[in-house]
Design a protein around this ligand. Structure first.
Ligand SMILES: C[S@@+](CC[C@H](N)C(=O)[O-])C[C@H]1O[C@@H](n2cnc3c(N)ncnc32)[C@H](O)[C@@H]1O
Length: 249
């Protein structure tokens, strides 16, 4: 599925994605001389931190604009434009790390097969992404707003349950160390405008079908629809739910 990423907007407004990802770094084994692949590295904030943990660190991302921004902002790591579903690595990485990426990829079984093949024997997958139920309130509010202008929302996300994802990891031949889901209410930057800014990034292709005036109307209706649940009086708090998994080959 294609989403045109706005790398600057991502860094200015949505840097919380990488900030939360820092916690995930603690699951990476502390071994000297590790080769680490950051799958879906985005603008490279976490990839740069991974260079403290490995001797070879490569960030790959299918978005050329994200990779261009990463090369400029975090030049300590190496980067390549690459689709994870088409990577050809075999027995090459000690760690495959991935934060906030897998829900963008519809075929998790193919992805897990690719990762299992890319890992060295005993290599580790450390990943976190949106779990089943992630942003359910926002998606419902957005769908209801689209219906008011004659549209419908079709979620493009693959938010998995721990059971389904765990089965796919095991079918790819990996052994699960942990797989769990948890609620992570996530404050959005920008005060009143925070939810609309978020939607302009993450629902960009849904909004692109409408003109500017309609987009503003849709986003206003959406905010009204979810205000009683997600506005805490000072900021929007998105109803994020995450799936975290650590597994080895
Ligand atoms: C929300 S961003 C997360 C970026 C970064 N990992 C972070 O924590 O800030 C999701 C990234 O996944 C990338 N992505 C989505 N599908 C991909 C695929 N099939 N192969 C490689 N990257 C992909 C997107 O281009 C985007 O940069």
């Amino acid at each position: 599925m294609l989403l045109k990423w706005n790398a600057q907007l991502y860094d200015q407004q949505h840097d919380f994605v990488a900030a939360y990802g820092k916690g995930l770094l603690t699951f990476i084994p502390q071994q000297p001389n590790q080769a680490i692949l950051d799958l879906g590295c985005g603008t490279g904030g976490l990839t740069a931190q991974l260079t403290q943990l490995g001797h070879r660190v490569l960030g790959i991302d299918s978005s050329a604009s994200m990779i261009a921004e990463a090369k400029q902002s975090h030049p300590t790591a190496e980067y390549q434009v690459q689709n994870a579903l088409e990577m050809t690595y075999q027995n090459e990485w000690d760690v495959v790390f991935s934060n906030a990426v897998f829900h963008w990829i519809s075929n998790h079984q193919l992805l897990m097969n690719q990762i299992a093949r890319a890992l060295k024997p005993n290599g580790v997958l450390v990943c976190e992404f949106g779990a089943a139920g992630n942003i359910a309130t926002i998606e419902h509010g957005f769908d209801a707003a689209l219906q008011r202008v004659g549209g419908r929302y079709q979620s493009r996300f693959n938010f998995a349950t721990a059971e389904t994802f765990g089965n796919e990891v095991e079918r790819a031949g990996m052994t699960i160390e942990q797989v769990e889901t948890y609620d992570r209410p996530t404050p959005l930057k920008g005060g009143e405008a925070g939810l609309a800014n978020w939607a302009r990034q993450f629902f960009a292709s849904d909004l692109a079908r409408y003109n500017d005036q309609q987009q503003t109307e849709i986003l206003t209706i959406m905010a009204d629809n979810v205000r009683s649940t997600l506005w805490d009086g000072q900021q929007w708090v998105a109803d994020y739910r995450r799936l975290r998994c650590v597994a080895h080959r």
